[in-house]
Unconditional design. Structure first.
Length: 167
């Protein structure tokens, strides 16, 4: 049985799928995010009364939610429709496996240091791996992408691993 993972795909492991830099996190950003995620209940007092120097963001806060300071995507990313199962490969300029269907295979998140007022967060998304196996509907390709967020001191804030299943 031939592999869905071509030599070109294997060589692309580690390729950058995107990079973003946030504006500095503000106390207002943190308080608004906490208010939104705890709604309709009020957020914990630590988000409302803490002095700015001690205020930390909820772990799931997204500093890229409204606007970003800078963003860099692969040169071909804008040319590929969002629903194309080969989008990952085409966005970095290589041929994909040509499979017809795709679905979310899961998300794994590890948290590091908390975001604080004044932090500038960088996001680096990479193509991390391919595996395959046989399923009821035929050969399945599992594609793993990682997104690592770091602060201005290069400390890891969050690391997300997304698995995409294609068949």
């Amino acid at each position: 049985m031939s592999s869905l993972i071509t030599a070109q795909m294997q060589a692309a492991l580690g390729a950058r799928l995107g990079h973003q830099v946030s504006y500095p996190v503000s106390a207002s950003d943190i308080r608004r995010w906490a208010t939104a995620i705890y709604w309709p209940e009020p957020p914990p007092e630590k988000y409302l009364s803490a002095e700015e120097a001690w205020l930390t963001a909820p772990e799931d806060m997204n500093p890229f939610a409204w606007a970003v300071l800078s963003s860099d995507t692969p040169p071909h990313a804008g040319d590929v429709p969002g629903h194309d199962p080969d989008r990952t490969e085409k966005s970095i300029g290589i041929e994909g496996p040509g499979l017809a269907k795709q679905l979310n295979g899961g998300l794994k998140i590890e948290y590091g240091v908390p975001m604080r007022v004044g932090d500038t967060i960088s996001s680096e998304r990479i193509l991390a791996g391919y595996t395959e196996r046989e399923g009821r509907l035929g050969r399945m390709l599992f594609t793993t992408m990682t997104d690592t967020w770091t602060n201005q001191e290069n400390q890891t804030v969050k690391r997300t691993e997304l698995t995409l299943i294609r068949y």
